[in-house]
Design a protein around this ligand. Structure first.
Ligand SMILES: *Cc1c(COP(=O)(O)O)cnc(C)c1O
Length: 443
């Protein structure tokens, strides 16, 4: 980006100076508005979410057979939502503030098959392609029992197609595992941030992994190029895919159902504030879309990004979306939160969701480790660093904060929900390393 453009941006958006200094901050999104107005910018509807939900239901019998660990939920890939009141005390003590109301966590780290939020969108998009190809070939029809798809004939059919994807790690895991199980040939283009164990695990399952010494944007670009030169190759585009987005969005209705079962009320007097770690934006964007459809104005979605990679905040605030990168403002896009190490946000998600997001905040790597340690100690849950970006969200919504005042309710009526986006597949050795680093971050 040219320097005169940058200096005029600096003047127009004084917050950029703070972003550049990598100091943690909260930005209340000035473009946020009523749900019924904001939702019209998305270009997708309730019927689209229903269609995704129905597709996942059709595949449930397949999952029971292909991934027996999903039998306990009848082939539905969903995670628990639980109250973490001990962690709330830890947050209050650590940040010296009072947070009234419930503190809950959505444990996508416990999603079956790939242990992260990517088990929603990533797996879903692979199913879209598998179904389309199998139906066209006459191997299945919509009303049939999809467990039939767990067969050599289907594997052979899908083996004629290649799925390609660019990833910082977890999307590659989800898409690689799912595609390989269905029989697709699959190539994952991994950015330099991706953890070695994720590459190893994929190779063990027969996935081709191509490594880059560059960031996520370059890995995606190469995936896209591979697909463009090969008609039998399907590129899953994390920056633009509506399928991915819809797969994530099904979480909204599911959460509403879970809250209803637990007797937890969300209404005008009892707002829900959800804290979502954001990388390129598809995961948190899709989930937030589903949440707005399910809870309307009673849910406030807040995105969390590393101080070194606040790409969605930057894109939405300036209105430049994918036309600006964190590198342009002098940041390095280097963070321990490998899943969030994205310099340029999805233009599709930014434009779709900018009127539906309450705010954004940034978080330092050290704080991710502190949250890792506190959560493990207080509640026994292990998460990977990226997945902890949402954990300090409630401290921006403490009882005396501007954010809470703007909600005009008794702080005790608020439900804070931290979306814990991953960590379920981290191997024991890595876990121990993360945990010792986490402990050290507290002293
Ligand atoms: C991918 C990922 C995110 C963010 O999702 P995006 O779609 O990249 O915004 C958050 N947490 C974890 C653990 C992830 O793997």
């Amino acid at each position: 980006m040219e320097s005169h453009l940058l200096s005029s941006l600096d003047q127009q958006y004084p917050l950029i100076r703070q972003l550049r200094a990598a100091t943690p901050l909260y930005w209340s999104n000035s473009k946020n508005g009523p749900t019924d107005q904001g939702i019209s910018y998305v270009g997708l509807t309730r019927a689209d979410i229903q269609d995704a939900s129905d597709r996942l239901a059709r595949f449930a019998p397949y999952f029971v057979k292909a991934f027996p660990e999903t039998a306990v939920t009848q082939g539905i890939i969903e995670s628990p939502v639980v109250e973490i009141s001990q962690m709330k005390h830890q947050l209050e003590a650590h940040f010296k503030c009072t947070i009234s109301g419930h503190l809950m966590v959505k444990l996508d780290s416990q999603l079956p098959i790939s242990g992260s939020i990517k088990a929603r969108g990533g797996i879903y998009e692979v199913l879209v392609h598998a179904e389309r190809i199998a139906v066209k070939a006459g191997l299945i029809s919509y009303g049939e029992d999809y467990s039939k798809l767990f067969s050599p004939a289907v594997r052979q059919l899908l083996g004629q197609y290649t799925i390609a994807v660019g990833s910082t790690g977890n999307l590659g895991l989800s898409i690689g595992i799912m595609s390989a199980k269905l029989g697709f040939s699959v190539t994952v283009h991994m950015s330099a941030d991706a953890r070695q164990w994720k590459k190893d695990l994929l190779r063990e399952r027969g996935v081709e992994v191509i490594e880059y010494q560059d960031d996520y944007g370059v890995a995606v670009e190469n995936g896209r190029r591979q697909a463009a030169s090969d008609p039998s190759c399907i590129f899953i585009d994390d920056e633009n895919s509506k399928h991915l987005f819809l797969g994530y969005s099904v979480a909204g209705e599911r959460l509403k159902q879970q809250f209803a079962e637990q007797g937890l009320i969300v209404d005008a007097e009892h707002p829900l504030v959800v804290y979502l770690p954001c990388g390129v934006g598809g995961g948190p964007g899709g989930v937030a879309f589903g949440l707005k459809m399910a809870f309307g104005d009673h849910v406030h979605c807040v995105f969390a990004e590393p101080t070194h990679s606040p790409c969605m905040l930057l894109g939405v605030m300036t209105g430049l979306h994918d036309g600006i990168s964190v590198i342009d403002i002098g940041l390095d896009n280097v963070t321990e939160a490998d899943g969030l190490a994205v310099g340029r946000a999805s233009g599709f998600v930014g434009k779709a969701m900018e009127h539906l997001l309450g705010g954004f905040y940034t978080v330092e790597d050290t704080e991710l480790y502190q949250m890792l340690a506190l959560l493990k100690e207080s509640e026994g849950f292990f998460l990977e660093p990226s997945a902890l970006a949402g954990m300090s969200g409630p401290t921006w919504f403490h009882d005396a904060s501007e954010q809470v005042k703007a909600l005009h309710v008794d702080p005790a009526n608020i439900t804070h929900l931290v979306w814990a986006t991953g960590g379920g597949m981290v191997p024991a050795v890595e876990k121990t390393e993360y945990l010792s680093k986490a402990k050290a971050s507290l002293v």
